[in-house]
Design a protein around this ligand. Structure first.
Ligand code: ATP
Ligand code: MG
Length: 575
């Protein structure tokens, strides 16, 4: 049994996790060989604290922290909190927890972009003094109108040629709060005819009276992302500033700022964002799911957030292995969700203790089993890992099995329990069905069996074979539990549908959570801590939910087992 919900998990060991090379890693290797940056590797993971981290962020975290670790470098955690209105401390706390849980450590290097506001402001002043920035009185709307198009150059702002003195004076007064929000901006003076829109005198500062989660009301002007980001990287001595592909067109601007300020020049490298089928990976959209009440919160087990996945039973190891295997490239693609589940199953198979749980119980009475007798049977907790030990499972005259493990009229190839058929009860005995009891509607309500006392432990007494082994729970000893089964939040959608964001909600899976009540589980799970992982034999991988109590354990299905029955009984969903 293992819990993976603690804050700190074992750090990833590089030799254990597959590390195929990729172009970013190749650049780092080359730079080390050429002696660039004095042999230093220093990366950063720069989340904006405006939502919880998702599996896409995990790719960036594994890449940035992974490179630093592999090459004896450093990776900073930096909160990109330049946009005051959307940021919250709750998000900061969750990000810290999630990066740690994934197994990475920033030592004492946790920073906030807002810590550098004064330095960034002074650099803006430097650019004004160099004649490379000006205060512009155009409104946002007018700036847009002046921007030009892909075929036409933009129009220069009438304020572009203000004197350095006038610019310095106005910028100082902007900071002092003399002008209303949105009335003026500071813009860099680059090239209104550049084919790259980002270079057409981009805005560096805007006036915005908004409370900041760290600086409070100290500032009424805030730097734009493009101006702040590279400057923060530079302050921290970052060598490789790794970001996603949508920033490729911003790189010339990133370079322009550090070059014109003549400060340390990190190299921006862009890689492909992770996209996954059957879900959305955008904080804005995930927030909508929360706000619309489609999910119960950021850590709803259906969410692709790290907190949701952790609650669902995903392990940090599985996520890291997945991230190490999806590749890092220069073109955006989409990864099958089933690939993530593949690495998850591989890890859970190793870690999850086996337990018997009956989700849809039907009563079985063993007629020749002595009344009142309880056999304590030994069961292994893991078939391949003796170090996980054994437990005893109580067996008695009345047990539950899965309704689906009995058929009155078994189809061909159905080898589980049916009238006259003998099967093995896992760890217990061979039993043979002798009769059934039905209700008025003709449904089977009780199955009667006899058992062979000589088959104790589920071993054949005389070499005779049974074709099926089924799981069970003693009626007297089993405890009630709740099992939550999940489907993907989104149905499989065509690429076109994915593109058309407006229709996204139309392909939400109806009933993506099924709450199974009335399930019965072995008594050994009583009191298991939230986050404990189990394999419910023949049923799936499950994880104890945070709402679980000793009286009513609650389990999230992490992922289904691959059920060979799905192949035989086509059309019937594997449990
Ligand atoms: P979102 O669209 O979810 O809001 P973001 O890029 O705005 O994502 P940030 O908080 O700015 O979110 O991201 C922090 C870092 O994580 C950035 O370097 C960003 O490029 C990276 N990142 C975000 N989403 C993904 C993804 N899907 N795949 C890989 N990296 C990602
Ligand atoms: Mg963002």
């Amino acid at each position: 049994m293992s819990t993976d919900s603690s804050n700190v998990s074992t750090p990833p060991s590089p030799e254990k996790e597959a590390k195929p090379s990729n172009f970013v890693r190749d650049i780092v290797i080359q730079d080390l060989a050429s002696g660039k940056n004095g042999g230093r590797v220093h990366t950063r993971f720069p989340p904006e604290p405006n939502g919880y981290l998702h599996i896409g962020h995990a790719k960036s975290i594994c890449l940035n922290f992974g490179l630093a670790k592999e090459f004896g470098g450093k990776c900073n955690l930096r909160f990109d909190d330049t946009n005051p209105s959307k940021e919250e401390t709750e998000y900061v706390d969750s990000i810290i927890e999630d990066v740690r849980w994934l197994g990475f450590d920033w030592d004492d290097r946790m920073f906030y972009a807002s810590d550098y506001f004064e330095q960034i402001y002074q650099w803006a002043v430097d650019l004004i003094k160099k004649g490379k920035a000006y205060v512009c009185d155009l409104t946002a709307e007018q700036i847009r109108e002046h921007r030009g198009t892909t075929t036409e150059p933009g129009k220069e702002s009438p304020y572009r040629n203000r004197s350095v003195e006038e610019n310095l004076d106005l910028f100082t007064r902007m900071r002092a709060g003399e002008f209303p929000d949105g009335s003026r901006t500071l813009r860099s003076k680059i090239d209104m005819a550049s084919p790259n829109f980002n270079m057409r005198d981009p805005v560096m500062y805007r006036i915005l009276r908004a409370h900041h989660h760290r600086t409070g009301d100290t500032w009424c002007l805030y730097p734009m992302y493009d101006f702040a980001h590279g400057e923060c990287d530079s302050i921290e001595g970052i060598t490789h500033s790794i970001c996603t592909l949508e920033f490729e067109d911003h790189r010339p601007l990133y370079d322009w700022y550090v070059e014109n300020l003549d400060i340390h020049h990190p190299q921006q490298i862009e890689f492909d964002r992770l996209n996954l089928t059957n879900t959305v990976l955008s904080k804005r959209k995930l927030l909508l799911l929360v706000q619309k009440g489609i999910v119960s919160g950021w850590d709803d087990p259906r969410m692709p957030t790290l907190s949701g996945m952790r609650r669902r039973g995903y392990t940090a190891e599985a996520i890291r292995t997945f991230c190490g295997n999806i590749g890092v490239s220069k073109t955006n693609g989409i990864v099958e969700f089933s690939m993530l589940e593949h690495f998850l199953r591989e890890d859970l198979n190793k870690k999850a203790a086996r337990v018997m749980t009956v989700l849809d119980p039907i009563k079985v009475i063993i007629d020749n089993f002595p009344d009142g007798q309880v056999d304590q049977l030994e069961a292994v907790n893991h078939p391949d890992d003796p170090s996980m030990g054994t437990r005893t499972v109580p067996f008695s005259k009345v047990i539950y099995i899965e309704r689906d493990d009995f058929r009155e009229d078994p189809p061909k190839q159905y080898f589980r329990l049916s009238p006259g058929r003998e099967v093995r009860l896992r760890y217990a005995y061979f039993v043979t069905c002798t009769s059934v009891v039905k209700n008025e509607a003709g449904e089977v309500t009780e199955i009667h069996c006899t058992y062979d006392p000589a088959s104790r432990g589920g071993n054949s007494p005389d070499g005779r074979k049974v074709k099926s082994t089924i799981h069970w729970v003693s009626a007297e000893h089993g405890i009630d539990c709740e099992a939550r089964l999940y489907e993907n939040l989104f149905r499989e959608a065509s690429e076109d549908e994915v593109e058309a964001q407006e229709t996204e909600w139309a392909w939400l899976t109806p009933n993506s959570m099924i709450n199974v009540t009335g399930a019965k589980v072995e008594p050994c799970v009583k009191g298991a801590a939230a986050g404990t992982l189990y394999q419910f034999e023949r049923v799936g991988y499950f994880c104890v939910d945070k709402t679980s109590t000793p009286e009513m354990p609650v389990f999230n299905r992490t992922v289904a087992l691959r059920d060979s029955w799905a192949k035989i009984e086509k059309g019937q969903k594997p449990k």
